[in-house]
Design a protein around this ligand. Structure first.
Ligand code: ADP
Length: 535
């Protein structure tokens, strides 16, 4: 230590090797990183599976989120540690690519880290552990391909898709309505899917929610919804084969842009002005009618006189529709947004099979449904629920179900869930380990043990004895040489996942194993942590 003075003569202390403060090296670095990763995985472990617990997260501004979705839990947690952040990103990348299995991937990575810790303690070099894990993951993925099965589905045979989506929804808060929600998800995906190219554009599926009503009232709308109502209560509430004029100009007489003054000093002059204004309105309405519009959707408002006139001339109208919604309506109905009445032509009108206004409950809440649109295959999932939290969680669960249905359209292979695929992989990896003469053998065995942790977590979360249940199921799989025995979480009396219809997509499961291995390898290879903070 040395004493020095700054330019104002104030003393300060110099500490030698200050840069080494907050630095961890070698095994210490790996151990610290592993325990950070494990801590994150421990949080999610209790959320896994159909009997998993939910988490309640409160944001700094008081918003509360209740969820079971791994990616959401981690996203909303305020994580400071850099390694813990890697785990958060791990779950997010599973979410981006696959959409489901976000809890499982983190639990898997946590188990791999825990096993790695034991190996490091026994003196095995981290690089050998990382390499062993890599080999084991390849064996596991190959085995998954081997035990996977193809699912046949068609537009009129959607049962298999529905069953797989139901497995995803099993573990969510909304599992009460899993059947109907899974059906909605599958129908929505099939409505926008391009089955020849095996591609699904999920952007075409809009998810909307409105508080009040029941979860059971959730519906799929073949079109779009707009949170607006007809401008006059006496206008028709339902228009079939609507021809829609989409306007960004206001229903009002033009105003001069410069300052002006009009002297009205006689009754006649006032009358002329009034008639002139009326003629303006009349011309506007006439222009819409001439091109054949049966509905006007306007970005701006219009005054009572115009509204009355529209009603009298039997031209229903909707006002104050936002720019984004207007664009969406234009795309869906194949219409063009018209900025001036003079530019209205019949070709610019949007077309929809049915436009209807729907009222909800006893509130004055009304919404417009624009259905069977001309051009677009856009659909809307309209979620109802008792409170905002429920709606938000349903939206997240719906997203998972949509992703699963999309994944199945891309690749229709499935493996069985309930931990059965993991147990089967674990047996295969364990058997393969003996063939490797090097130290990697230990890492490969450790990988097999880590795979067991998914079924163990499922059993533990369902109130079963984890080790007993796992060993019973494992020995049954070996004895009967099958890969569909899993954990009977719901106590149905059978652990045959084929009977219970618990399926997961092959690409989702593969991605889980590959991503978890990748992140764990990355963490193991860090042997020096330099940070500005003290440890
Ligand atoms: P994730 O976010 O990873 O999808 P979940 O909490 O949704 O995690 O749990 C998924 C796990 O629960 C999967 O391993 C799946 O096989 C299992 N699972 C789902 N439904 C059942 C069921 N009815 N019986 C047993 N296991 C199930």
């Amino acid at each position: 230590m040395a004493l020095a003075f700054d330019e104002y003569g104030r003393p300060f202390i110099l500490i030698k090797q200050q840069d080494e403060k907050g630095r961890l090296r070698g095994l210490d670095a790996q151990k610290a990183n592993i325990s950070a990763g494990k801590a994150v995985a421990r949080i999610l472990r209790t959320s896994l599976g159909p009997k998993g617990m939910d988490k309640m997260l409160q944001s700094p501004d008081g918003d509360v989120t209740i969820t079971n979705d791994g990616a959401t839990i981690l996203e909303q947690m305020d994580v400071d540690n850099q390694i813990a952040k890697l785990m958060v990103e791990l779950s997010q990348s599973q979410d981006y690519e696959i959409g489901d299995g976000t809890t499982g991937v983190v639990v898997m990575a946590g188990a791999l880290l825990e096993q790695a810790e034991h190996l490091l303690e026994r003196g095995i070099h981290p690089i050998r552990v990382a390499e062993g894990y890599e080999m084991a993951s390849r064996i596991a993925v190959e085995h998954l391909e081997h035990i996977s099965q193809k699912f046949e589905f068609g537009l009129d045979n959607i049962e298999s898709l529905v069953q797989t989506c139901m497995t995803t929804l099993n573990s969510k808060i909304v599992n009460r309505c899993k059947r109907s929600l899974a059906e909605i998800a599958v129908k929505a995906v099939l409505a926008v899917a391009d089955l020849e190219r095996k591609d699904v554009n999920l952007d075409l599926i809009k998810i909307e929610g409105k508080v009040a009503g029941k979860l059971e009232d959730t519906e799929l709308i073949y079109g779009i919804t707009v949170d607006k109502e007809m401008s006059h209560p006496q206008m028709p509430k339902q228009i079939e084969d609507a021809k829609i004029a989409i306007l960004t100009c206001a229903f009002e007489p033009p105003k001069p842009k410069t300052k002006h003054k009009v002297d009205i000093d006689t009754v006649e002059k006032f009358e002329t002005l009034r008639l002139q204004e009326q003629k303006y309105f009349d011309d506007m309405v006439q222009k819409c009618k001439d091109v054949g519009a049966t509905l006007v959707i306007c970005q701006w408002g219009f005054d009572d006189e115009a509204n009355h006139l529209l009603m009298n001339r039997n031209l229903p109208a909707i006002r104050w529709v936002g720019g984004v919604e207007l664009e969406l309506i234009a795309i869906a109905t194949g219409g063009r947004i018209v900025p001036r009445f003079q530019e209205l032509t019949p070709e610019k009108l949007g077309k929809a099979g049915l436009v209807r206004e729907k009222a909800f409950g006893t509130t004055k809440d009304r919404m417009l449904y624009i259905e069977h649109c001309a051009n677009s295959r856009a659909v809307t999932i309209f979620i109802r629920g008792g409170n905002k939290m429920m709606i938000e969680e349903t939206k997240r669960s719906m997203h998972d179900a949509l992703c699963v249905a999309r994944n199945l359209i891309r690749n229709n292979s499935i493996v069985y869930g309930g931990g059965s695929a993991e147990i089967s992989c674990s047996i295969a990896v364990e058997a393969a380990a003996d063939k490797y003469p090097g130290v990697e053998q230990y890492a490969i065995r450790a990988f097999a043990d880590a795979l067991d942790c998914i079924p163990m977590a499922l059993a533990e979360n369902s109130g079963l004895q984890p080790i007993e249940t796992l060993s019973a199921v494992k020995s049954q799989q070996i004895k009967e040489n099958n890969s569909y025995c899993g954990i009977d979480c719901n106590d149905t009396g059978t652990n045959d996942m084929r009977e219970q219809n618990v399926f997961e997509t092959l690409i989702g499961k593969k991605q889980q194993i590959l991503l978890a291995t990748q992140v764990v390898k990355m963490i193991l290879k860090i042997d020096d942590v330099i940070s500005p903070f003290d440890y």
